[in-house]
Design a protein around this ligand. Structure first.
Ligand code: SF4
Length: 300
């Protein structure tokens, strides 16, 4: 069976080949995701509920029911969600949404990889057009003239999903980015989590453009064509590093480390990778386990 080449896998090998080695060659995973990652996953789930017409309480419940969160994270979700519902109270963008559409399709030109993933949402807009719906959280400026939107102009994940959607019979012509900025305000001394949630909701309702933005982005054929070239190049890059690992003293040495503040400070492998210690796969470092490379696509 072929391996799966997901958008996250491509982004990982681009950011740091060594990180790709730990995650996708060894299958190393942190036993417990960090709170920031869990917040992003939970927010994503609330958005899925919101776009499918759930009330705020039900969208929140669906997002947190299978995970444990600390008080302040729940308060942050509640505060932001209340403001989000208020912000878009009259804006039903889609009349029909298909959420979490999994795909696994042959990757032309590769004998090793299939293109795979899970599309957040495929929507039929009120005017009948078909769109990819992407919910994103970020910690940077999302004003209409910010660089954030320029970076989204070439988004590998979106192109991977558009190509898959079209192969599945959906003639998607645009992407809708539904972006939420993570709060910059923090809990004050003596303030309860609930009071913080209320203060956050009030702040987000007072200046919604700071926290929330939506934009339609057309899908251009030339960008799709560029992405297909890049995707195949990255698939070959993985095979190149893998071959280098076979003749290296330690296999991870075949996968270059991209040590830098931007890459390492958010990397779950930083603790042992920065010390350049050897990892015994049969006895992973404390806090890690070895498992499937793509657990989110375990059924494929
Ligand atoms: S800690 Fe840095 S060098 Fe090591 S895998 Fe992570 S990003 Fe790469």
């Amino acid at each position: 069976m072929k391996e799966m080449l997901t958008a996250t896998r491509m982004a990982t090998v681009l950011a740091c080949p060594r990180k790709h080695y730990w995650r996708y060659e060894v299958g190393l995973h942190a036993v417990t995701d960090g709170m920031a990652l869990r917040f992003g996953t939970a927010w994503h789930a609330t958005m899925e509920g919101r776009w499918q017409g759930l009330a705020p309480e039900d969208a929140l419940l669906a997002a947190v029911k299978d995970q444990t969160f600390d008080e302040i994270t729940v308060a942050t979700l509640v505060g932001l969600l209340g403001a989000y519902y208020a912000r878009y109270a009259d804006a039903e963008v889609v009349k029909e949404l298909h959420a979490e559409v999994e795909f696994r399709l042959p990757l032309a030109g590769s004998r090793t990889f299939d293109a795979a993933g899970k599309i957040d949402g495929l929507g039929v807009l009120q005017d009948g057009r078909l769109a990819l719906v992407e919910h994103k959280t970020c910690g940077t400026d999302i004003a209409s003239d910010s660089d954030y939107w320029l970076r989204l102009r070439f988004n590998q994940q979106v192109y991977q999903y558009v190509l898959a959607a079209r192969a599945l019979g959906w003639d998607v012509q645009l992407a809708i980015y539904d972006v939420t900025r993570k709060p910059a305000i923090r809990q004050k001394q003596g303030e309860t989590a609930s009071e913080f949630g209320d203060r956050l909701a009030a702040d987000a309702k007072e200046r919604p453009e700071f926290y929330f933005a939506r934009r339609e982005v057309p899908i251009l054929d030339q960008d799709l064509a560029e992405f297909e070239v890049q995707r195949l190049a990255l698939s070959k890059q993985i095979l190149f590093f893998r071959a280098a690992a076979r003749s290296a003293r330690r296999p991870e040495h075949g996968w270059p480390r991209n040590c830098g503040e931007m890459t390492c400070k958010c990397c779950e492998f930083e603790r042992f990778c920065m010390a350049n210690v050897s990892v015994d796969v049969g006895n992973p470092p404390a806090g890690f386990r070895v498992g499937a490379a793509n657990p989110e696509l375990a059924g494929m």
